[in-house]
Design a protein around this ligand. Sequence first.
Ligand code: CA
Length: 527
Amino acid sequence: MRGIFLCLGLCTVAAVADARPPNVIVIMADDLGWGDLSCHGATAVQTPHIDRLAREGRRFTSGYCSASTCTPTRYSFLTGEYAFRKPGTGIAPPNAAAIIPPGTPTFASVLHDAGYATAVVGKWHLGLGERGRGPDWNGSLAPGPLEIGFDHCFLLPTTNDRVPPVFVEDHHVKDLDAADPLWVGDTKPSADHPTGIEQRSRLTMDWSKGHHDTIHNGIGRIGFFTGGSRARFRDQDLADAWVRESVRWIEAHSQEPFFLFLPSHDIHVPRVPHERFQGSTGMGPRGDCIVQLDWTVGQITAALDRLKRTDDTLVVFCSDNGPVLDDGYRDGAAERLGSHKPAGPFRGGKYSVFEGGTRTPFIARWPGRIAPGTSDEIVCTIDLAQSVARIVGAEVPKAAFPDSVDVSAALLGTGAGRRSLLQQDNGSGRFGWREGTWKLVRQPPPKRPPAGDAAPLHDALYDLAVDPGEVTDVSARFPDVAARLAAELDQVTGRGAAAPPPAVSPPSTTLPKAAGPVRKTVTSPRA
Ligand code: CA
């Protein structure tokens, strides 16, 4: 142990005297919907390993991610700041520079400074390299995770429907041959370069939209690359790589407090599970990737069991945004869906500010400390930074994690979660604002004119208690509620001058008192 830990004071669930703070593992699925788990009622696919976490831990029916696309949720998860406040946090292109500046206090840096070994293994998609220059694929890929609190990283640098299809280990492309340099760009490098347009008939997975630049492994991607032949991976081997590298790292650090962030690529497109999972469901690659994701979770929990670290490890399972069927490839996701409901009872999915976009699987397990069960408390991935710091007694720098609410009591099952929650999309200015069971959805009116960027946004109000599918706009019936929620949303997005309302109910917990979230007055992206 490299640091000195504060008193835990966590004796509400079990009177366990344990000087060692818990290890922390966050497994973040990709594009996994609320309804995609058998513990949420799915029958077309079985997820026994994730279900085990739910059975042994706390499953949140109102668990959220903070945005309905990859990059903004990941930004907020690490920084505790709503992504809409930070320009450039939309879906990152292949040559994006590091989005989180070096030295920014993050979930990882706070745990690192408290003495934790820290690593991220999986999909990054938060940019690498200096601002204005971007990634130096053949040199040092700094700054990146190692400059914001991680000791170690093993990454898919962008996302797998984008180039390049290589692993990054710490500051370098893994297995790169200097004699075969890697080039990545956004324009076709030569007339004979193989793309999904000219060689469409030879693709093993056809594209439906956009994914027709450089072909790799029979699949067109977004963006172009050449070289790096020895470093390229097979899509089918991604999950095995995450498990291999994660387990290896856990084994190496099992005798000290550790924090592992494991953002799996499953079930993002292109959905190419390992051959042993292909055909394991009747839903095609999308269903098979859910099985592969569940296997991944099972391998991590099995490693904890084997190392006898299960009882002192807090495991959180979540998703980075809601589900999508056709996300640019023709993989049969819609055609073979059957009666399966990826978003469960909720409306919308990826890219949306309806509930289906951000209300996603959220499970926390810590045997002996978290009482098993189901919770309706509102918790969000953006809250994990503040909440886990509180649970392990790590010090959060002043003004860090400005939008991350301490929901540790809800995670532990001893108190309340959030009272209200902002939901955003990829940064278009659409927002959802949930308060209790009310939900305000701010987006363009249904018949917005084509050139209507300057047109006023439309606020609709839904009562989630009776209308979880957000079908009936009741703003005309409850104008006072709609006005109150709109004013609260305005305050949080910076249009109002006053401080926002408290975002969490008074805690009923024995946790030590910690500083509340510090909020900033910001300029709305819609202003
Ligand atoms: Ca995603």
